[in-house]
Design a protein around this ligand. Structure first.
Ligand SMILES: Cc1ncc(COP(=O)(O)O)c(C=O)c1O
Length: 382
């Protein structure tokens, strides 16, 4: 079996992720922060270690500002709904995932003014100039994906961050497709809110995500409940991270996320990225030469995350995906990838496309087989 759907969730995970979760569930899985017995303390220590590892990865100043969430969607909801109020103007792009688009749509119904900027067809990203000229006195937030989950085009977040900071706006980045693969420095890129999944590039299990909340942002809560602290107070506590983390956490998952992070830090972010990028480059190079294939990718490999999409003339994306799965045992994602406006922007709406996303455990042989299978389909050699 060849798994090329790492943009949805990374698979397999490093062996240490499985072992750590098994060991944690058997020996450390008390309810953290709620008791002083050793099993509760062991769980809390594990979660705090994972928090420190996440903070280190993104260069956070204060580890308590690293908030664990269910996934990237949950983190984006907290950031957007916790910050925006009726009358605010928010700037975003047409490349966003529904995890940004839908919360913003809900907020628009409540009076938030949402402006969506299209990327330049030449570069694949929104020009910083265009972004700056969209700012008006009511603008409160710029929220943008670091890399499209369809084309994989990287957006220049440090430039956007500089503009947002200069205009005293908040800057939020959806790093679902880049965290754990590309260096993201929240301080250098002036990021106030950084949302990402734990189960994609960070190689943790599903049910894990992160919202980093920078010092300038004071978010309202979107849920309240037990935190194990200030139990006498009926108000949600103010202290971080508990203000935004209530209820029993996914401690088994967070132990696995810690193991995923250690694996990345030991392997080196650069080598994790370059391996996946080299496989991506290889696939793109070979597919570019096949007649009938349309690619949706970054104009330059240096601006490419390890995810891109394609279509084959005469086939629907779902047909290509089914043939790859059933005839070649190759797992890919087809359709609109929860990003319909990205497909509109790229010209692949309404049917979408076939998406390939190599990961750390794919080999050169995997992409050779995938390129051959796709070529065979395009040449109708089945
Ligand atoms: C760009 C982007 N944003 C957000 C998400 C949502 O991530 P999650 O599934 O962790 O909620 C995804 C998932 O594919 C994504 O690609």
């Amino acid at each position: 079996m060849i798994y090329l759907d790492n943009a949805a969730t990374s698979w397999p995970k490093p062996e240490t992720v499985y072992h750590t979760m098994d060991d944690f569930a058997r020996t450390k899985a008390g309810n953290p922060g709620r008791a002083s017995h050793s099993l509760a303390i062991a769980a809390e220590n594990t979660i705090e270690e994972t928090r420190r590892l996440v903070g280190r990865l993104i260069n956070a100043t204060d580890m308590a500002r690293v908030i664990f969430t269910l996934n990237c969607t949950d983190a984006l909801n907290l950031g957007l709904k916790g910050l925006l109020k009726p009358g605010d103007h928010v700037i975003t792009s047409t490349l966003e995932h529904n995890s940004v688009t839908r919360p913003l749509r809900k907020l628009a119904h409540q009076g938030v003014n949402v402006e969506r900027l299209a990327p330049s067809p030449l570069t694949g990203f929104v020009s910083p100039k265009t972004l700056e000229s969209a700012i008006n006195p009511r603008t409160r937030l710029v929220v943008i994906t670091h890399a499209s989950n369809v084309s994989g085009t990287i957006q220049p977040i440090a430039e956007y961050g500089e503009i947002a900071r200069r205009h005293k706006l908040f800057f939020m980045v959806d790093a679902a497709q880049t965290a754990g693969k590309f260096p993201i420095d929240v301080r250098a890129a002036s990021i106030d809110l950084l949302a990402f999944s734990g189960h994609k590039g960070l190689m943790g299990p599903s049910g894990t995500g992160v919202l980093y909340i920078g010092e300038r942002a004071d978010l309202d809560t979107i849920r309240e409940g037990g935190t194990g602290t200030h139990a006498e107070d009926e108000e949600q506590p103010k202290e971080m991270p508990y203000r935004y983390e209530c209820g029993t956490p996914n401690s088994v998952g967070l132990s696995g996320l810690g193991a995923g992070l250690k694996f990345i830090l030991q392997t080196g972010l650069d080598s994790v990225r370059e391996h996946a990028r080299e496989l991506t480059r290889n696939l793109i190079d070979r597919m570019e030469r096949v007649a009938g294939i349309t690619l949706y990718c970054a104009p330059k490999i240096s601006g490419q995350a390890p995810v891109f999409a394609f279509n084959i003339k005469g086939y629907q994306p779902a047909e290509v995906g089914a043939v790859l799965d059933q005839a070649f045992d190759i797992k890919v994602r087809t359709g609109l990838h929860c990003a319909p406006s990205a497909h509109r922007t790229l010209g692949s709406y309404p049917l979408g496309s076939v998406r390939l996303s190599p990961g750390h455990f794919n080999t050169r042989d995997d992409v050779d087989q995938a390129a051959r299978a796709i070529t065979q389909i395009a040449r109708a050699e089945l």
